[in-house]
Design a protein around this ligand. Sequence first.
Ligand code: PLP
Length: 233
Amino acid sequence: MGIEQNIAYILERIEKAANRAGRNKDEIILVAVSKTHPIESILKAKECGINIFGENKAQELIQKYPLIDDVKWHFIGHLQKNKVKYIIDKVDMIHSLDSIELAKEIDKRAEKNQIKMRVLIEINIGKEDSKSGIYEEEIYSFMEELTKYKNLIVSGIMTIPPLNIDSDKTREYFRRMRQIFDEIKNLKYDNFDIKYISMGMTDDFEIAIEEGANIIRIGTGIFGKRIYKREGE
Ligand SMILES: *Cc1c(COP(=O)(O)O)cnc(C)c1O
């Protein structure tokens, strides 16, 4: 299937999952994860109505950014502090805030650019060594620290659950995220505007929608399989 058919199929599945959960499909934001895919594919997706793209490497985002107009970019991968300055004026949201040091750097660069940056707190919901993100137990102390950084708009939470687990277990993790969201969403600070739960990828986005996701991040389901080059090629 081509990108156009893939998108039609994903949109149909989003609508069905939303209906099952008694939700409106229009409250679900689709981020098309274009990492490793060429600009031609991104242009094609844009023609099909996609207007938000997700990248997880600063270098790749910088290369693609000037090649397409009138779309938004979300940064979805682990972000090194020294890369913040390259992406700060290019992205609308950073999904992967995972340390106070990073918050401080984003705040500093946002101030220099005279913008406010929307950020989501990444939660390592499965407590995996291989993943970044804070543990759920840390969320309140983390958020308290974030009140200091006035050039951030703390907008919600994001997670990538453990891979290759059965779908009931995935659903439990998503449900836990929803509980955390419900606990924090009424926290009121000048720089908080908590409204997003970013969870759900190609293999689990329908479960995520059923459990309350309002941002989903889909790569493979739209662009097909990723082919990674080996280092140095
Ligand atoms: C790659 C990636 C995705 C998309 O994954 P697919 O399984 O291809 O849909 C979503 N979120 C993050 C953070 C990613 O790195």
